[in-house]
Design a protein around this ligand. Structure first.
Ligand SMILES: Cc1ncc(COP(=O)(O)O)c(C=O)c1O
Length: 343
């Protein structure tokens, strides 16, 4: 009844975080301020939940377009940017999907579900991207679609503008620049949007992971085609109402992002003083660390009540690596304190 290749894979595993300080999923640690919370609750209670949601969301697209300096017909809204990645993999021309490795795992997972081949190229040991080699791989493999997460997950680094521009200028297929961590980075590549270059963004890392709202910005003709594989009513009424409300108060979330960036720098400096640990430069809301025994440190942190992500795989570029999301200052202090005991 079920395809054998589906039967042979595992479901995406979300670990149980109950009772733990949750620093594993790149969420914003700050809850919604009380004043906004009550207004938001009132707004949601007035929703016409008996009706289907607005299917085309012209007003929400207009609001997002206005923020991003594009036109409303250049915006496609998804149930998280994951859903847009799926739409792209459904609709793109036949041919492999090109990704650097390591990168965000969903590009490859969704490609597999859709039986699309994946062509990957290893990053260098310092997680930099050889743009020329990436382009050669894309040409050799006849890739029709490529994903570049800028900054990259799980490495946290932002590949230089010139390298990404070189790929944008020379790739023959559709290039998707995924700026999920854009709010924490020093640069945006939004200006690279072109006939075959799209940008992905999400509300998730900014303090609204529970909403599931992501969007793509691109050429209007491309957005129109992708819209054909968007499920009707993909964004529920409560999310639509919430997104409009949060856009009215976006400065609250942007300020929180600035706090997170300052905390990231504080943590990086403090961890950088420890001998038995390597901290990689990050422009995202997390840090990638390398330790001698990642599994022991991960388990030890869990025992101490802190959940992070263990990325260790022997012989891989991520050997010995752990990823920790930036939390509140108190959570970060708890993490650093516990980590020092374990390495
Ligand atoms: C690079 C990257 N893109 C997209 C996503 C998915 O975000 P969303 O919550 O909008 O589906 C993530 C989530 O971790 C990510 O790391």
């Amino acid at each position: 009844m079920i395809r054998s290749d589906i039967r042979s894979i595992s479901a995406y595993h979300v670990p149980d975080s109950s009772g733990l300080i949750k620093l594993d999923a790149m969420e914003n640690p700050y809850p919604l301020p009380d004043a906004l919370r009550s207004e938001w609750g009132r707004l949601l209670s007035e929703s016409n939940i008996n009706r289907y949601p607005d299917a085309d969301m012209p007003e929400l697209r207009r609001r997002i377009a206005e923020r991003e300096g594009v036109e409303a017909d250049q915006v496609l809204i998804g149930n998280g940017s994951d859903e847009i990645i799926q739409m792209l993999l459904i609709a793109a021309d036949q041919g492999p999907c090109a990704v650097p490795k390591p990168t965000f795992v969903m590009y490859e997972s969704i490609a597999k579900w859709l039986k699309r081949p994946v062509a990957s190229m290893a990053l260098k040991a310092d997680f930099s991207l050889d743009a020329k080699a990436f382009l050669s791989m894309c040409a050799r493999e006849k890739a029709s679609l490529a994903f570049l997460a800028c900054p990259n997950n799980p490495t946290g680094n932002l590949w230089p503008r010139a390298d990404v521009q070189q790929i944008a200028d020379n790739f023959r297929g559709l290039l998707v620049i995924d700026e999920a961590y854009g709010p924490f980075a020093a640069d945006t590549y939004r200006d690279m949007i072109a006939r075959n270059v799209m940008l992905l963004r999400t509300f998730s890392k900014l303090g609204m992971a529970g909403l599931r709202l992501g969007y793509a910005l691109g050429d209007a003709a491309l957005i129109m085609e992708l819209n054909k594989v968007r499920l009707p009513y993909n964004i529920n009424s409560l999310t639509q109402l919430s997104a409009a409300f949060f856009l009215d108060h976006f400065e609250v979330f942007e300020e929180q992002a600035q706090h997170i960036c300052r905390e990231r720098e504080r943590m990086a400096a403090e961890l950088g003083t420890l001998d038995k640990l390597e901290v990689f430069p990050s422009q995202a809301n997390f840090l990638l660390l390398r330790v001698a025994d990642a599994r022991a440190v991960f388990e030890g942190l869990k025992q101490a009540g802190i959940l992070i992500k263990n990325l260790h795989a022997k012989g891989s570029l991520l050997e010995g690596c752990l990823r920790v999301t930036i939390g509140t200052p108190e959570e970060n202090d708890r993490f650093v304190h516990a980590l020092k005991e374990l390495i």
